[in-house]
Design a protein around this ligand. Structure first.
Ligand SMILES: Cc1cc2nc3c(=O)[nH]c(=O)nc-3n(C[C@H](O)[C@H](O)[C@H](O)COP(=O)(O)OP(=O)(O)OC[C@H]3O[C@@H](n4cnc5c(N)ncnc54)[C@H](O)[C@@H]3O)c2cc1C
Length: 484
């Protein structure tokens, strides 16, 4: 195998998986309208790997694996390799306007990070370390697309898993056999699960208590594994009409899903950690996955914020407002948001350090964490700017752009034209803005940006707890106080 094409990716999805939508089993996820567009948009990302202008950034020869692999899989040992990773993340993110948060590079970077820290899994058992490394090799050499499911059903948040009214609901080990673990229960919000190749499961948040051992497991299995069911949320994919009517939701609605494990066998070679609450509570931090995944997620957010900024700017221009001082101020604030996120990755690369334990070059966590903390503030802020500049114009749009060539086209043209722009072209831009700030797709994106890096309170507390430059700054303070 080698880096895949879109066609190879799509062909792999016709594998008998059990995907449910609106109470019915989906026959073929690549043609079923509520999810087909996202699957095909993902396929286009795979195709980009073969475009000559991107090929050497999006993929790389890997002597260790004896073949060419997609860039996110490369274990970085130099700053230059980190830079190229960011370039690769940006190419994919820009191809989707930053609107596909769980494009394959996200989890591929995560699996790479887990394998690079195999020593962490060896603490569970040497066989678990071997399993994660072999799994990484498998995913990288087959260029697979993974989804992940971390969270249990919300249930009663005041109680641990084993003390819930029905402790069998959250996913847990119910048996061990010579072949592997038998797991049973539910996980939720696995984005892109209907059209991913495999699912990686590791429980989150890392706050496991004694008694919750059966729930503390990390493993990966193919999406067509017997007993695994994928239950989809309502699709926000705009079906039918011209692309310009729903420019983003017609292409990029990643479908989120609940995943149900009905006595599923997880072979031992796919078990990376099991029934160990102490290791599980350390995994998020000690596996150093965040350094690698946040490098991808901040790059993706950079592309998204840059796209929305450009749209706000264009809307001020076509509304004749670009030079008004309050709009200039607003745009200045948008630029600052883009630049802060843009510089988290570059700063993290500049301050990257090699971990002596495995020789891997890790981008600076604290620079990246700033992006994860500020993204949930910046994105809704930019969406609000779209609403501010668009005003009521966002709601008074034709049903479809084809109305411009209907008998009412002439009057539509008159009522919608803007500063130096035709009514049709202004409607296209405002429809794009609506997709971001008014549609169900847009609402999901705000929720995504606020939650994808974990519950915000826990994220911020973690940032403060782990902040590695705390001592440096408190020393400064103490020196100053001592000199008074
Ligand atoms: C669009 C979208 C896509 C996502 N994609 C994925 C994915 O692909 N894979 C994946 O694994 N996850 C995914 N997630 C899940 C995401 O990681 C979580 O939503 C996030 O971690 C927040 O967790 P939660 O939803 O359980 O909210 P909660 O943690 O339940 O938070 C909701 C509220 O409850 C409060 N709260 C919770 N517990 C307590 C408590 N004990 N005491 C007091 N207050 C409490 C919180 O402070 C918050 O205000 C996705 C989420 C969204 C919205």
């Amino acid at each position: 195998m080698t880096v895949r094409t879109g066609q190879e990716f799509l062909a792999g999805l016709n594998d008998g998986r059990e995907v449910w939508y609106d109470g019915k089993r989906v026959d073929n996820v690549t043609t079923f309208a509520p999810m087909a567009a996202a699957a095909h948009s993902t396929a286009r990302l795979y195709d980009l790997q073969h475009e000559p202008r991107f090929r050497d950034i999006l993929s790389v020869e890997c002597p260790g694996l004896g073949q060419r692999i997609a860039r996110p899989f490369e274990i970085p040992r130099t700053r230059e390799q980190l830079r190229l990773k960011r370039e690769a993340y940006l190419i994919w993110a820009e191809a989707t306007c930053g609107m596909m948060g769980r494009s394959p590079d996200f989890l591929n970077a995560m699996v790479m990070a887990l394998a690079a820290k195999q020593s962490f899994f060896a603490a569970c058992a040497p066989a678990r370390a071997e399993a994660i490394v072999n799994y990484y090799r498998h995913v990288a050499t087959h260029d697979l697309y993974l989804t992940h499911a971390l969270l249990d059903p919300q249930l009663d948040k005041g109680k641990p898993r084993h003390l819930q009214e029905d402790p069998n609901i959250p996913l847990r080990v119910v048996d061990r056999t010579a072949d592997g673990l038998i797991v049973h229960g539910i996980k939720r919000i696995a984005t892109s699960a209907p059209y991913a190749d495999e699912i990686l499961v590791w429980p989150f948040p890392p706050s496991f208590l004694p008694g919750e051992e059966a729930y503390a497991n990390v493993f990966a299995i193919p999406m067509n594994t017997k007993g695994l069911k994928t239950l989809c949320r309502p699709s926000f994919a705009a079906v039918g009409g011209a692309r310009g009517d729903h420019p983003l939701s017609s292409q990029f609605d990643e479908l989120d899903a609940t995943v149900v494990f009905d006595h599923v066998l997880v072979p031992w070679d796919r078990v990376f950690l099991h029934e160990d609450i102490h290791l599980l509570n350390r995994m998020y931090k000690d596996s150093r996955m965040r350094e690698m995944t946040a490098h991808q997620t901040n790059s993706r957010l950079e592309a998204k914020l840059g796209f929305v900024y450009a749209l706000i700017l264009r809307m001020t221009e076509i509304s004749g407002l670009a030079q008004k001082s309050d709009m200039m101020e607003m745009l200045g604030e948008a630029v600052a948001c883009v630049e802060v996120i843009r510089n988290t990755t570059r700063s993290a690369e500049a301050q990257a350090t090699v971990d002596p334990e495995n020789g891997v070059m890790y981008p600076d966590l604290f620079a990246l964490q700033a992006g994860r903390a500020l993204g949930p503030i910046y994105y809704p802020k930019l969406v609000d700017m779209l609403k501010r500049v668009g005003g009521g114009g966002l709601i008074q749009l034709p049903v479809t752009l084809s109305e411009f060539s209907s008998p009412i086209g002439e009057v539509l043209e008159k009522s919608l034209r803007g500063a130096g722009v035709s009514g049709l072209d202004k409607a296209k831009i405002f429809k794009l803005a609506w997709d971001i700030c008014g549609s169900a797709f847009g609402a999901r994106h705000e929720l995504y940006e606020m939650n994808y890096a974990g519950e915000r309170g826990a994220l911020l507390s973690g940032i403060q707890r782990e902040y590695g430059r705390k001592q440096y700054y408190t020393d400064q303070l103490d020196r100053f106080l001592g000199g008074l």
